[in-house]
Design a binder for this molecule. Structure first.
Ligand code: UFG
Length: 329
C-alpha cells in the first residue's frame, strides 16, 4: 500500500514507518520537524516537510493518491497543554480536521490514529477498558478525545475505515530508532539520563499517592509492540465495513510504580541512580493501567516484549549508542 505517516520523524511514528517499510509498503513521511528528527526517518522513505495547519498544502499532498494515513503528528506534553490549551486544540484537533478533509477530497480510505490513555482522565476502574468514561483532565487529553470523536463522525459520514489506538506509557527503542525529546519529560529516559551522568539525579514526583509504595503506577508498553498494533489495525481495515471507527487500548495490563522503574533501571544499567523525592506533578493520576483485551481478541495483538527489563534495556542500549540523541547520528 502507499501510506502517508504524519509525524513519522518522531519517536513512535518513525518506528511504525520502519515496520511498514519492512512489510513492503511504500511510505512517505509528513512532518514539520518541530519535534521530530530528519535522521529518524527510515532509509528509503521520502520526507515531506509540511504542517497540518497548512490545509491547502495538505490537500495538494494527499491529492497524489494514498491507500491510507497513519496519523501521529501532534503536541503531547500534558503540563504544557494546561498552560497553552489553544495551541494544543489547534495542533491536535484543527490539524486532524485539516487532514480528514484532505483525505476526504482525495478519497483516502484508511486511517490509523495515535490516541492516548489521557482521554480517560482519572479512571474509576482498573485495568481501563475502552468503554470506561472519557473524562480528560488536561487539554492534551481533551484535544485527542475531540479528534477521536471527529474521526468517528467523518468515518460515518464519508465511509472512512478508521482506528484509534489509545496508548499508555510507551518505552524502549527499536534498532537505530529511539526516544529523543526536547524537553524530555518522560520517566524512563530521565532515569537513564541520570545513569549516563547527564543529570545528577531523578526526581520522584509525589510519594503520597494511594498506591502500594506511594508513587504513581503506569502501564509501560514497548514501542515495537505498540508499532505492530498499527500494522494489524491497517490490515484489519480491509475486513472492516466502510464507515467503521474502532477504538483500542494498548498497554500490557501490568502496572509499575515510579520506584519500581528506578529500581529496574539500577539493575539493568548497574549504576546507582540517585532518586530525590519531590512534590507531585500537576495532573498526574495515581494509576493508569490498560485493559488490552479488545485488541488481543479482535486483532490478535500479543505483546512480544512485555517486561520492564526489555523496555529499559533497549532504551539503555540506544541511549548509550546515541548519547546526544539524533544530533550525533
Ligand atoms: N515522573 C517522575 N519523575 C520524572 C518524570 C516522571 O516521578 O522526572 C513520574 C510522573 O509523575 C508519572 C510517571 O513518572 O507518575 C510517568 O510519567 P511520564 O511523564 O513518563 O508519563 P505520563 O504517565 O505522565 O504520560 C504518558 C504520556 C502522555 C500520555 C499519558 C497517558 O507521555 O502523552 O502517558 O497516560 F498522555
Amino acid at each position: 500500500m502507499k501510506l502517508l505517516v504524519t509525524g513519522g520523524a518522531g519517536y513512535i511514528g518513525s518506528v511504525v514507518a520502519l515496520q511498514l517499510v519492512e512489510a513492503d509498503h511504500e511510505v512517505i513521511v509528513l512532518d514539520n520537524l518541530s519535534k521530530g528528527h530528519e535522521a529518524a526517518v527510515p532509509e528509503g522513505v521520502k520526507l515531506v516537510r509540511a504542517d497540518l495547519l497548512d490545509a491547502g498544502r495538505l490537500t495538494e499532498i494527499l491529492a497524489d493518491g494514498y491507500d491510507g494515513v497513519l496519523h501521529f503528528a501532534a503536541l503531547s506534553l500534558v503540563g504544557e497543554s494546561v498552560e497553552q490549551p489553544g495551541r494544543y486544540y489547534r495542533a491536535n484537533l484543527t490539524g486532524t480536521l485539516n487532514l480528514l478533509e484532505a483525505m476526504q477530497s482525495a478519497e483516502v480510505p484508511r486511517l490509523v490514529f495515535s490516541s492516548t490513555a489521557a482521554v480517560y482522565g482519572e479512571p474509576e476502574e482498573t485495568p481501563i477498558p475502552e468503554m470506561a468514561p472519557t473524562c480528560p483532565t488536561s487539554p492534551y487529553g481533551g484535544s485527542k478525545l475531540a479528534a477521536d470523536h471527529l474521526i468517528g463522525f467523518f468515518a460515518r459520514a464519508h465511509g472512512l475505515r478508521a482506528t484509534s489506538l489509545r496508548y499508555f506509557n510507551v518505552a524502549g527503542a527499536s534498532s537505530s530508532l529511539g526516544e529523543d525529546h526536547e524537553p524530555e519529560t518522560h520517566l524512563i529516559p530521565l532515569v537513564l539520563g541520570a545513569a549516563l551522568g547527564e543529570r545528577e539525579n531523578v526526581k520522584i514526583f509525589g510519594t503520597d499517592y494511594p498506591t502500594p509504595d506511594g508513587t504513581p503506577v503506569r502501564d509501560y508498553i514497548h514501542v515495537e509492540d505498540l508499532s505492530r498494533a498499527h500494522l494489524l489495525a491497517l490490515d484489519a481495515a480491509d475486513e472492516a465495513n466502510s464507515g467503521e471507527h474502532h477504538v483500542y487500548n494498548l498497554g500490557n495490563g501490568a502496572g509499575f510504580s515510579v520506584r519500581e522503574v528506578i529500581e529496574e533501571a539500577r539493575r539493568v544499567t548497574g549504576c546507582p541512580i540517585e532518586a530525590v523525592e519531590a512534590p507531585r506533578r500537576a495532573g498526574d493520576p495515581p494509576t493508569l493501567v490498560a485493559s488490552s483485551a479488545r485488541i488481543q481478541d479482535e486483532l490478535g495483538w500479543v505483546p512480544e516484549k512485555p517486561s520492564l527489563e526489555a523496555m529499559i534495556s533497549d532504551a539503555w542500549d540506544w541511549m548509550q549508542r546515541h548519547p546526544r540523541g539524533y544530533e550525533e547520528s
